[in-house]
Design a binder for this molecule. Sequence first.
Ligand code: PLP
Length: 291
Amino acid sequence: MQIYLDGQFLSREEAKISVFDHGFLYGDGVFEGTRVYNGRIFKLKEHVARLFESAHHILLQIPLTEEELAAATLETVRRNKLQDAYIRTVVSRGPGDLGLDPQKCSLATVVIIADKISLFPQELYEKGLKIMTVTTRQRSANTQEPRIKSLNYLNNILVKIEASQTGSMEAVVLNDQGFVVEGSGSNIFIVNKKGELLTPPSYLGILEGITRNTVLELAREEGLTVHKVPFTRHDLYIAQECFLTGTAAELIPVISVDSRTIGKGSPGPVTKKLMDRFGQYARQDGTPVYP
Ligand code: PLP
């Protein structure tokens, strides 16, 4: 495996960062997860743009231009000769001292790893996932904006721990007002009784997923009525269909929430259609790695 680290390509054993890196000491940094389908990087521009927006918000200077970072990402996949992969791009504040002050970190650390990822067993993409709501609430946008894809994922990890302690592979998170926001690392959609597709708006406090945005586009093309609106746990329980989206998760049907069966208890027609459309689209769209 060849890993990009600050302009060099190193083996897994050689790719090491300082214990004084503030990404390690404080979770001070930003990251992206991107997919490669069929030798093409899916939504590369959008992922690079979101990384730079996250960095901009936390006043982190990425020592590359967007074009350079995109080129380094393509080169990482190329060097690893991958056709289908998951890319993790991390930009941390870089090495500093033991104090918090980011100004003491003179140069950000940039890492790009291209590997495989499998969040859920394949059969759950066919049968659907049983999930639960958790007591851990989404952090408020007033304290830490969830639209920043920061290295500080402790809240998401607490959600994941809570879910797995009770035997669920994924969970739904509510915000302080009790509105449904997202999964531990995914966005959520429901289909209501009218056949409309609903997903929480970004102002409620979610990561504005690139998969979510793609699904919204594909759904509109399919002629579905789409609303970005707040909804509650009750709306979720009485939904006809539910599914989660994310770069790592892709589109995965949900068939039960807190033991309440969703719809008929199997992946519904809208979910299946969008999974199909997404699968086709993802294989054709994207920046070719091997021109
Ligand atoms: N929400 C959270 C908290 C995430 O970590 C992710 C995944 O990165 C998503 C949503 C989905 O975003 P995307 O589709 O851009 O991967």
